[in-house]
Design a binder for this molecule. Structure first.
Ligand SMILES: Cc1ncc(COP(=O)(O)O)c(C=O)c1O
Length: 482
């Protein structure tokens, strides 16, 4: 039987028979656990609550009202059906001009209109997922690599690497400085890659960060821009969470703003990945955008976009919606307000139980610190706790190891894909778990194990762990002295 299966596999490509997709990791296991036992307030009140999905569902009422007041925006209504013929036959990979204009204006709006975007540089793709892969295809050959600061979105291991053969080299950022990306950390990862004969083609930033929920300050962005210019490598900025910055925080700073400043920057090296999956909450529409300042990349990416176009029906609807300035202004403001409130309520509830989170100002999630609940400060310890959280507390939160986090004990908690009642149930489940857990009453030691973690781990060893696609529960451990 086994040899039969092996023979079958030999008939397939390496991609089809391999497991480069990286699906076998706790990040995706958590989703499976939710799918087999999903929480429902009346039908399955003891089921798993999905807190592993970065979806923005807090403003759907506004979108639904808009759809009802603008029936002509859809070709499936009496008011819009006259557009049906034109939209149904449209198949140009440049996209509808009105769609590209609307997206360019929207991108400027969510960045406070401090920068402008040229509609001719807007290239579509199937979500940011497709956009990342296309950019990787345009910038790197198989075996070449991108530097990626940790912790990072687990999907990058699939999106950038799987079909392209490109590698990701982690830039180790840790909790000793709140996971800030320092020039030293980036230099160290770059030098290490050189020693290992890995050619670095670019640096990939996610700003605001998934999973940290923080955005980069001007100085950090400037220093990273000067780094990539010195090394003559690309800078890919995933700004998919640009409009999730909470109300009352400072403005988000886009990479576009930095390169408009009077600093030395070769614009051909700068590329933005964007999508409507988070800021508008439309991951199902698969509207992804590549905005490159490099003409050759724009041209190549546009040709490649034939493999993942946004349907013209979606373009038509989105063009109308995004062009309604009054609606979009209201949506962005209201969304930033509701995200801030939900984040405040959730993290306050946790703080009352002695659970801390990284201070954050954006995103659809927060980064929860449970290291004080680990039996041992290792990834095994983290997995053990995660299994209790998923199987007994029945919450699907995502363990830090899936984000290549350097310190065990951090978990990403998504908070914008549920209503207030579900959040309160999640909080009450955590409360009863904490009260049962005696260790939780111990004072939280000031992250003193972090330093010993670094000392007790050779760079190579940590590097191996950091660069595995997604660590499985059986992964080799970083043993920290406590
Ligand atoms: C940082 C980041 N980039 C890209 C994606 C993929 O987004 P999309 O649904 O547009 O493909 C996600 C989704 O969670 C993400 O968090």
């Amino acid at each position: 039987m086994v040899s039969m299966l092996r023979k079958q596999e030999e008939l397939l490509s390496k991609i089809a028979s391999g497991n480069g997709h990286g699906e076998n990791c706790p990040y995706f296991d958590g989703w499976k656990a939710y799918e087999t036992d999903p929480y429902h307030p009346t039908e399955n009140p003891n089921g798993v609550i999905q807190m592993g999905l970065a979806e923005n569902q807090l403003c759907f009422d506004l979108v639904q009202d808009w759809l009802l007041s603008n029936p002509e925006a859809s070709i499936c209504t009496a008011e819009g059906v006259n557009y049906f013929r034109d939209i149904a036959i449209f198949q140009d990979y440049h996209g509808l001009p009105k769609f590209r204009n609307a997206v360019a204006n929207f991108m400027a709006k969510v960045r406070g209109n401090k920068v402008k975007y040229d509609p001719d540089r807007i290239v579509m793709s199937g979500g940011a997922t497709g956009a990342h892969e296309t950019v990787a295809f345009c910038l790197a050959d198989p075996g070449e690599a991108f530097l990626v600061p940790t912790p990072y979105y687990p999907g990058f291991d699939r999106d950038l690497r799987w079909r392209t053969g490109v590698q990701l080299v982690p830039v180790v950022c840790d909790s000793s400085n709140n996971f800030e990306i320092t020039r030293e950390a980036v230099e160290a990862a770059y030098e290490k890659a050189q020693e290992d004969n890995i050619r670095i083609k670019g640096l990939l930033l996610t700003n605001p960060s998934n999973p940290l929920g923080t955005y980069l300050d001007r100085e950090t962005l400037r220093s990273l821009v000067s780094f990539i210019n010195e090394k003559n490598i690309h800078l890919v900025c995933d700004e998919i969470y640009a409009a999730t910055v909470f109300m009352g925080q400072h403005d988000f700073i886009s990479i576009s703003e930095i390169i408009e400043e009077d600093i030395h920057c070769n614009r051909n090296l700068i590329h933005i990945v964007y999508s409507l999956s988070k800021d508008m909450g439309f991951p199902g529409f698969r509207v992804g955008i590549i905005y490159s300042y490099n003409d050759k990349v724009v041209s190549c990416a546009r040709k490649m976009s034939s493999f993942g176009l946004v349907s013209s029906q979606t373009q038509h609807l989105i063009a109308s919606m995004l062009s309604d300035d009054e609606f979009i202004d209201r949506f962005i403001t209201e969304s930033a307000k509701r995200l801030a409130e939900r984040h405040r309520d959730f993290t306050w509830g946790l703080s009352q139980m002695g659970i801390g989170c990284l201070k954050s100002n954006a995103g659809l999630f927060f980064w929860m610190d449970l290291h004080h609940l680990l039996k041992e400060q290792t990834y095994d310890g983290e997995m053990e706790l995660w299994k209790v959280i998923i199987n007994e507390v029945k919450l699907n939160v995502s363990p830090g190891s899936s984000f290549h986090c350097a310190n065990p004990g951090w978990f990403r908690v998504c908070f914008a894909n549920m209503d207030d009642e579900t959040m309160n149930i999640a909080l009450s489940r955590i409360r009863s778990f904490m009260s049962k857990n005696k260790e939780a009453k111990m004072p939280v030691k000031k992250l003193c194990w972090q330093r010993s973690l670094r000392l007790s781990t050779s760079f190579r060893r940590l590097d191996d762990i950091m660069s595995s696609p997604c660590m499985s529960p059986q992964s080799p451990l970083v043993r920290a002295r406590t």
